[in-house]
Design a protein around this ligand. Sequence first.
Ligand SMILES: C[S@@+](CC[C@H](N)C(=O)[O-])C[C@H]1O[C@@H](n2cnc3c(N)ncnc32)[C@H](O)[C@@H]1O
Length: 250
Amino acid sequence: MTTQKFSSTGNFGKLADQYKVGRKGVPEEVLDYLWSHIKKSKPMILDVGCGTGLPSRQLAGRGALVTGTDISPEMIRAAKENSQENISYLVASTQALPFPDESFDIVTSFSAFHWFTDTKSTKEMKWVLKPGGPIFIVNKNDIGDFSQGYRSIFRQYMTEDLPRIKNGYSPDQILQEAGFGDIKRTVFPVSEFFTIEQVMDYFQSVSGWNLVPPESKKEALELLKEYAHGRAENGVVERKLEIITQLGFR
Ligand SMILES: C[S@@+](CC[C@H](N)C(=O)[O-])C[C@H]1O[C@@H](n2cnc3c(N)ncnc32)[C@H](O)[C@@H]1O
């Protein structure tokens, strides 16, 4: 199978403000794992599909010099609002990364790689990496029925189906085809915990929320709130996840 070209980018720009408040960062144990493969104290990291910069800030907090790129100007605007030392952000598609070859020690992509798994993008990510440097792909996969519940509410109002972006998605194979070696897949089972208010922001940061027509959003929010209350224990909603990581080397 050759890599599939996905035309969608998720249209996250529309969700930038919700995304900033609704999303959780990367568990420290996942970053500890990445750091166990890093030799430099101040590695230069390119974080592609950086969104509002939540993981980029975590990387910079560990001493990395981070460049965050995203195709969405709204996401980059939101990232810059929260910026901190040692991070620069710019709008760039993974299809044309505006950096010289071998510029970075590490390339990372958090909850984003499935949006740009075309051969051109993966090769771009490879060329900007120094020889021997790691690429680190991280995806959060829901386990259990948490996401089925809110997605079925979205579906009651949608006129087109949710994007099936992960159908046939095989990051190991994509990395292999782009010429990365020593690819390792590691899975971290974790849970995220939300207050009702936080989980409401989370629902509205999911790309499928874009497909609920504006005139139905108020009603959908009522149902989502009922759903959140139904799942809450002592006011806290649990999202069970597997964090799936792929580490490969140029
Ligand atoms: C689910 S968000 C993840 C954001 C961030 N990495 C995080 O974990 O919070 C996916 C991001 O990928 C970006 N994206 C989608 N296609 C892209 C492409 N071809 N090039 C660069 N960014 C892209 C979207 O705009 C969105 O901000």
